[in-house]
Design a protein around this ligand. Structure first.
Ligand code: ADP
Ligand code: ZN
Length: 795
């Protein structure tokens, strides 16, 4: 136990200093409080064997019953006799977390600036924590008709109702004389309206999060008979039928694969911690190397964890692993609690030795961990965007270190941080340079063409979304009986609603972002908070001009393509239409079977899919997201284009990729078109180095969210000043503490957002400065602060 507590000074802080310690059987309990400390409790005799290290316990904390984990045992406490309380209960016969998981979570708390208790919460699937057995999920529904509900909403919050299609600004005029409706009433109205508008299966939790509410208004509405919570039976075989032809098992590896596998196998055989970067384009055979490395670990009686981005957990991936290994466990977010708990038990007992899943699968309690694979390691979904804000790739490194396991990071477009580590020799670089299925020239890479859209528009004498090349290539492919994928990273119909007179776009009243027009709903929708508006007759800003639909989203794209390629079937995949796993699977299956010929979609279709009949991939606009002021936006654009391009030419026929852009000479786009990662990395590194961004520094992004702007600004200023004062002690190794600046998403769900960016040399400096600012982080309803170490999402 010494090892754990000494990793950082964890203190059971005495509130008063007693002269002598009291003796007895005590445990230190980590609770999910924002403050990082442990608390002493007494172990009553009947619980002696159920409240040991790693056990879950229930205790009384601040007059509430709270669940925590025992992280230390001791025979004396510095608390006063009347202050120590007994543990209330201990539900499990066996510890839920072992020593190495305790150490890993302790590290997470240190590194990601959260409490040990919060880190422990994150590693356990919800159902194990609560121990309840459920085979259903809860969804929230209107208890009465849509009309009644909307009428009720109008009573509660008449403001919006009196001005259908109203937008901020106009609202004021429609304000009822009796003044503002109660904010609670507004919330009730909003919930009813949202449910009447989107006929979705929202879980109460998910909807509350979207709207920025607690669960309280849902419960009230339910008590009043306006909402009902329904249990939805979830299909047990959630992974779906494994249809399609079985995967051919390659007889021989390519020379590059041989070299890579040999290096990995050597480390697996030696039980040593070692990290590899397996760098190779899509289709170069990375997965085949993973599979054989896993087989090697299994031969030694060890287990393996494979992390994939959630969207890559497609039937294709599943089929591949299921076919090659017995007793693979697939974890995914749409599992029921019951399924998740069964899986956990199977894994813990050693019955299942291969686990495949997204981010949180990293914490699967496998027996004798030998290997962790992080596929598509550059994916941002590996970073959790709520506390603890851990990165699964980096946390995987730590877990592997603690358990003497091997890590393989795989990518065609490694994150610059990873590339840097490989260049510095911290990870061993293994490269797969060709596609094993190569039948055609150019290393089996598709032919990528960049289309200059400003020239295209000029030549066509009109603004256009489709170049002649793109149309021609698609038409040709379809006539030849091939398939086509068209990619656009933007949902909706016409994306923006823009005033013809003043040029303003219709903005969300709660968030600093524009609203998107969705034709199916016939409404403008905010993708962040689900605010909806009718199509405005007049510009809400100048109240003069007519509002016109501008831009192009996937919904509109689908419709246009249906018009252009009349005789062919077009399917769309984005999060608007893909509500469930079944939707996703059936759409893919229809495409695989050739029932649909054109697939249109967002990043959902950018990765992991392997369709041999696709010969043309079109990127409608490579520029989406390039101007967001995020220092990683070029990297993201590069990754996206490279990945999408990898969808073409995976079969016997050569592939063709058409990338449309208004920046045809931008280095990121040129490099992506050539699939030249090294050129991109070199160019991008220069810029990062000059401005001291990662990998040439570590960053901490502090975000202050406030209902009242001056309060937020004041706290942000205080944080900056504190960090700056402190940084003087670290002469030169805390590179920069920024002034508070408005977040790119300056308002979100009605809160003003200010950020501070800190750049420092290494972990030590980051930790030190975070320690200083953490005391300023108070948990208040009106003022929230988040500290994001190694931030990826800069919004
Ligand atoms: P990646 O994971 O890099 O995208 P995969 O491992 O999925 O690549 O391989 C792409 C395709 O090539 C798959 O259909 C796979 O079965 C096949 N393949 C992989 N290695 C070989 C090999 N050595 N010989 C023949 N085919 C192979
Ligand atoms: Zn919004």
């Amino acid at each position: 136990m010494q090892a754990i507590t000494s990793m950082r000074l964890v203190f059971s802080e005495p509130t008063a200093q007693p002269t002598t310690a009291i003796r007895g059987r005590f445990v230190e309990v980590a609770l999910p409080t924002p403050v990082d400390r442990v608390f002493d409790y007494v172990v009553p005799e009947p619980l002696a064997n159920r409240a040991r290290i790693g056990h879950r316990v229930h205790v009384n904390f601040a007059n509430r019953e709270v669940q925590g984990f025992v992280v230390g045992e001791k025979s004396e406490s510095h608390l006063l006799r009347h202050q120590v309380k007994d543990i209330l209960s201990a539900p499990d016969d066996e510890p839920l977390v072992n020593q190495s998981m305790l150490r890993l979570t302790r590290w997470m708390a240190d590194y990601y600036a959260c409490s040990w208790g919060e880190a422990l919460q994150a590693v356990l699937p919800a159902v194990v924590r609560t121990g309840r057995k459920r085979r259903t999920i809860t969804v929230v529904k209107l208890a009465r008709s849509k009309e009644e509900s909307l009428a009720r909403a109008a009573e509660l919050d008449p403001v919006e109702a009196q001005a259908p299609g109203s937008i901020p600004g106009i609202e004021k005029a429609a304000m009822p004389p009796e003044g503002k409706p109660d904010s609670r009433h507004k919330r009730y109205a909003k919930i009813l309206r949202t449910l009447a508008t989107f006929e979705d299966d929202f879980s109460p939790h998910h909807l509350a999060e979207k709207l920025g509410y607690s669960l309280a208004p849902f419960n009230t509405l339910r008590k009043q008979g306006w909402l009902k919570f329904e249990k939805l039976e979830v299909d047990q075989g959630a992974i779906g039928a494994l249809s399609g032809s079985p995967e051919r098992v390659p007889e021989a590896l390519t020379p590059d694969q041989e070299v890579a596998l040999a290096a990995i196998a050597r480390s697996v055989d030696r039980d040593e911690f070692k990290a590899f970067l397996l760098f190779g384009i899509t289709g170069s055979g990375k997965t085949e190397v993973y599979i054989r490395a896993i087989a090697r670990a299994l031969e030694h009686g060890k287990s393996a964890i494979v992390l994939v981005p959630e969207i890559a957990l497609t039937p294709q991936t599943v089929r591949r692993f299921a076919q090659r290994f017995e007793n693979v466990t697939f974890l995914h977010s749409s599992m029921t609690d019951g399924e998740r708990r069964d899986a956990w038990t199977r894994i813990k007992s050693g019955q299942s030795r291969v686990v495949v899943g997204p981010r949180s699968a990293l914490f699967a309690p496998v027996k004798d961990l030998g290997l962790i694979v992080v596929d598509e390691e550059h994916e941002h979904t590996y970073k959790q965007d709520s506390t603890p804000r851990y990165h699964a790739r980096d946390t995987a490194m730590m877990r592997a270190k603690l358990e003497h396991a091997v890590v393989i990071l795989g990518s065609a477009t490694p994150a610059l941080e990873t590339w840097h580590n490989a260049q510095a020799g911290r990870y061993e670089l293994l490269e797969l340079r060709t596609r094993p299925t190569l039948r055609n020239s150019n290393l089996g890479l598709p032919d990528v063409e960049i289309i200059d859209m400003s020239r295209e528009c000029h030549e066509q004498h009109a603004f256009t979304w489709f170049s002649r090349r793109m149309r021609g290539a698609c038409a040709q492919a379809l006539e030849d009986g091939d398939q086509v994928i068209i990619f656009l990273n933007r949902r909706g119909y016409h994306t923006l609603l823009t005033c013809e007179a003043c040029g303003e776009t219709v903005a969300c009243p709660n968030c600093a972002t524009h609203m998107n027009f969705h034709r199916q709903l016939n409404k403008a929708v905010c993708h962040y908070c689900l605010e909806t508006r009718d199509f405005p007759q007049k510009c809400p800003s100048c109240e003069r001009g007519p509002v016109k639909q501008m831009g192009m989203g996937t919904e509109k794209l689908e419709e246009e393509l249906k018009g252009i390629f009349g005789g062919f079937k077009v399917a769309r995949m984005d999060s608007d239409v893909m509500k469930t796993r079944e939707d996703y699977e059936s759409t893919l299956e229809a495409f695989r079977q050739g029932e649909t010929q054109v697939l249109v979609g967002t990043q959902m279709i950018a990765k992991g899919l392997d369709f041999p009949n696709v010969t043309v991939v079109g990127v409608v606009s490579a520029d989406v997201g390039m101007n967001l002021g995020d220092f990683r936006s070029f990297e993201r654009a590069f990754q996206l284009i490279t990945q999408v391009s990898g969808r073409a030419g995976r079969g016997e026929k050569p592939g063709r990729v058409i990338v449309q852009t208004f920046k045809p000479r931008h280095p990121a786009i040129v490099a992506a078109a050539r699939q030249d990662f090294r050129a991109f990395a070199e160019w991008e590194s220069e810029h990062r180095k000059l401005s001291q961004y990662p990998p040439y520094s570590r960053i901490v992004l502090v975000t202050v969210e406030a209902k009242e702007k001056p309060k937020g600004d004041e706290l942000a200023r205080q944080i900056t000043n504190t960090a700056r004062d402190f940084s003087r002690q670290f002469s030169g190794t805390i590179y920069d503490v920024s002034d508070p600046f408005e977040a790119p998403m300056a308002r979100l769900r009605g809160r003003h957002r200010v950020q501070i960016l800190i750049k420092a040399k290494g972990f030590r400096e980051v930790r030190a400065v975070v320690d200083r600012i953490q005391p300023l982080v108070k948990v208040q309803e009106k003022l929230r602060v988040s500290i994001d170490v190694d931030a990826l999402d800069m919004m």
